[in-house]
Every structure is written in structure tokens, then in C-alpha cells.
Design a protein around this ligand. Structure first.
Ligand code: G3P
Ligand code: MG
Length: 420
């Protein structure tokens, strides 16, 4: 396996230098911190719950089973509804998880309202149409619907080829954009049809003319090359599918496939959305003190750790800019924000101080590795598993802390916060 976590001692002093424990005991005071939990490799492996996850959530809950700290589940999975993922988590963790606590890889697409009225081709698996509609897309075409309308396009599987020449389809809407939710089941079908749509400017039944460039907007969610599941070795993720698509497009046209947006971890928009949901949750609970710190717990250095560190840098520079500009508190931060306003705001994170990344060893990262005795030791990646459009910055894949499992991660955060 290419991903080898090489543990190096000594960098903890730079990245892992934790702030001194804050006063108080958690008992009577509202939390000033929140958790972003990755799901696969941290809480579950495929359909199997990781035992430490139950311990972690016992520690996070009060005697009545209610969470004492705001929590968001941040997954790059996208093949189900938020509601279904919340139910799955409720069963796995033994507490009530609401859909508003779940961010799937495509959840931030609800912020991209400029695409909601366009006719879009949506690829992935599971309830893709329902997911797209829930996100606000009004005119959705699935790969299956496109395949039915143009049965001559999908030629790889001979058993699925039409037996007779079908009549031409003339009244199919022109596709104006492509949304990639997650890995589909028949890769050859989706790869072929997506390329057809891009080459034909949204009319794949037509004869090939000049190849349009720039091509139609493509929005992709989940760039994970690999994910863990139950097998002993990591499995292909949507990032592997994207790699295929990019290479086919490049080979066929000689040009780069361009993305209008890349969503899901490690993308900053996903973490901004998570911050918004954490704050909303704290507000709903009536916790008065502002949430100032986030702890992001994940198993994938290139996704969870890179994303949390990138967001941390974003928060630090936003904070710095505001300090330099002499802004004490943004008016936007003071008023309730809609999700649309959230995407507009660039600099009102003044209340959020930072986002700490905690890497666990129960998933993609050295799932059978020894844990360093000092959680502030760092890891490096020897092969770059990130997406083409994210540059490899070694400092961004180094977690603030490395621990064995999610329970240790929660205990570590409690210690940092002096929270019982
Ligand atoms: O397909 C899901 C996978 O890419 C990762 O899931 O929960 O580890 O972000 P998660
Ligand atoms: Mg994971």
C-alpha cells in the first residue's frame, strides 16, 4: 500500500504545542468547543461499529443521553440521504443523531444556488435524484435516465446493448452541468456518458462537432482516493473515479478537465458549513458562550487532516485580517446567518479561534500501526493521495495529534479544554 505513515518525533513542539488547559470543569459551563467526527475509519468500518466510538459517545453524553458538546458528523460518503445516515449513526452509537448533524460529501451543494435551476446530469449511487432535489436542484437527469434515452451510448457490457436499433430520442433536455456525487456502480457506463455529455455540450444524441472548451460546469463531491470499510486493505473511493474521468478527458481532448467546484473534505467550504452547523446546534441548545475551537477527528491524512489544517489556516488568516482591520466583531457574525449568507461571508470567523486535527489509527492511516507514545508526534505521507487540484503541502497532512482511536481523541480534547 502506498500510504505509509512514517512517524517522526520532535515536530510536536511546532504543530502540536497545545494551548494551556482552560479553566473550569465542564460541569456547569457551556462548551466553547465542538467536534467534527469523520465516520468511516473513526466510528465505523463499513457497517461495523468501532467499539471505541461507543465509549467516546458515552463520554460525550449526559445522564439522559443528550450531547454535552456540539457535534457534527463530517463524512465524504454521499450515497444515502442525511436522514438515513443519521439513523445509521443513532443505531451504531446508541444515541439520537439528527440529520442536521450530518454533512455528507454533497451537503454544501445547497449553497450553490446558481446551479439549482439548470438541467444537471447527476452521477453516483443510492438515492441520487432525491439527494439532488433535497439540495435544491430542480431539473435532474440521472445516468440511468440518460442511458434509457440514448441506449446506443453504453456499449461496454454486451449483455446490456439494445437488441434492435431504437428510434432516435429527440425531445431530451439539453444538459447544462454535471454533478458528481460519489462513485457509481458501473464505472464504464458513467465514464462514457459523462464524457459524451461534455463532448457534445449537453446533447449526447447528436453527432460529434467541435469539442466545446471550456466544457460544461462540473461539480464534484468527495475526492477520497481510498477509504477503509471492512476489508483489510483500503478500497477505491470517488477520487479514483475522478482520476479515471480526468485522464480519459485529457487523453480524448488533449485538454484538462476543469471543476467548477470540488466539495467534501478537504475543501474549505465543507468546513465552513460544518462550523455553521456547530454554531447553530449550540444556539439551539441555548449554550451561551461562543464556540471558539473545533476538534476534527479523522482517519485519512489527505482528507480529514489536510482539510482540518487547511481550515485552521483559513481561520487564522481571517482572524489576523480582522485584527489588522481593527474589526472587533463582524456585523454578519452578530446576526443570524442563512446558509446562503454563509457562503458569501469571507471574513467573519472572528469568534472561531482554530480547528485542531486529530488522526486516529483505526482506518485508512496505518490501521494496524503502533500508536506513538506521544500523541504530538507527526506523520508524513510518502505518496500523494490528494486530488490533482490540491497542492501537496507536507505540513497540511501532519495532524496536530495522533492517537489510537476516537475515544482517545475525545479524551485528549477534553483534557485540552479542561472538561470533565
Ligand atoms: O465513500 C466514503 C468514503 O470516501 C469516506 O467516508 O466517513 O471516512 O469520510 P468517511
Ligand atoms: Mg474516514
Amino acid at each position: 500500500m502506498a500510504l505509509r505513515g512514517c512517524l517522526r518525533a520532535g515536530r510536536g513542539a511546532l504543530r502540536g504545542a497545545a494551548p494551556p488547559a482552560r479553566g473550569g470543569c465542564g460541569g456547569g459551563r457551556p462548551p466553547a468547543f465542538g467536534f467534527l467526527f469523520d465516520i468511516d475509519g473513526v466510528l465505523v468500518r463499513g457497517s461495523q461499529v468501532i467499539p471505541a466510538a461507543r465509549d467516546a459517545f458515552r463520554a460525550l453524553s449526559d445522564a439522559r443521553g443528550r450531547l454535552r458538546v456540539p457535534v457534527v458528523f463530517l463524512t465524504n460518503a454521499g450515497n444515502c440521504l442525511r436522514k438515513a445516515k443519521a439513523e445509521e449513526l443513532s443505531r451504531a452509537l446508541g444515541l439520537q443523531v439528527s440529520p442536521e448533524q450530518v454533512i455528507l460529501s454533497h451537503s454544501p451543494l445547497r449553497l450553490f444556488s446558481q446551479f439549482h435551476q439548470k438541467c444537471v446530469l447527476v452521477a453516483g449511487q443510492g438515492p441520487v435524484e432525491e439527494n439532488a432535489q433535497n439540495l435544491g436542484f430542480k431539473h435532474v437527469v440521472t445516468i440511468e435516465a440518460l442511458r434509457k434515452a440514448f441506449p446506443l451510448l453504453d456499449m461496454v457490457d454486451q449483455s446490456r446493448r439494445p437488441k434492435e436499433l431504437p428510434p432516435p430520442t429527440t425531445d431530451f433536455p439539453t444538459i447544462e452541468g454535471v454533478i458528481l456525487f460519489g462513485e457509481p456502480v458501473r464505472w464504464e457506463t458513467s465514464l462514457q456518458l459523462i464524457i459524451d455529455v461534455l463532448l457534445s455540450n449537453g446533447n449526447p444524441g447528436a453527432e460529434l462537432e467541435d469539442i466545446p472548451y471550456p466544457h460544461l460546469p462540473v461539480l464534484a463531491c468527495n475526492m477520497d482516493l481510498l477509504w477503509m470499510a471492512e476489508a483489510k486493505m483500503p478500497r477505491f473511493g470517488h477520487g479514483t473515479f475522478l482520476l479515471c474521468l480526468e485522464n480519459i478527458y485529457k487523453k480524448v481532448t488533449g485538454r484538462e478537465l476543469r471543476y467548477e467546484a470540488l466539495i467534501g473534505k478537504p475543501s474549505t467550504v465543507t468546513y465552513r458549513y460544518a462550523e455553521y452547523l456547530i454554531k447553530q446546534q449550540a444556539e439551539k441548545q441555548g449554550w451561551k458562550s461562543p464556540i471558539r475551537r473545533l476538534y476534527a477527528i479523522g482517519d485519512n491524512p489527505m482528507s480529514d487532516i489536510y482539510g482540518a489544517n487547511l481550515y485552521n489556516s483559513y481561520l487564522k488568516s481571517a482572524h489576523q485580517n480582522q485584527v489588522q482591520a481593527g474589526v472587533k466583531r463582524s456585523p454578519l457574525a452578530a446576526s443570524p446567518q442563512t446558509e446562503d449568507q454563509l457562503v458569501q461571508r469571507k471574513d467573519c470567523n472572528i469568534s472561531m479561534e482554530g480547528c485542531e486535527s486529530i488522526l486516529v489509527c483505526t482506518g485508512v492511516y496505518r490501521h494496524n500501526a503502533d500508536v506513538p507514545s506521544n500523541p504530538e508526534e507527526c506523520v508524513t505521507e510518502t505518496a500523494f493521495h490528494g486530488h490533482r487540484d490540491f497542492c501537496f503541502d507536507p505540513s497540511l497532512v501532519e495532524a496536530s495529534y495522533v492517537v489510537q482511536d476516537v475515544n482517545d481523541a475525545v479524551q485528549l480534547a477534553f483534557k485540552k479544554e479542561n472538561w470533565n
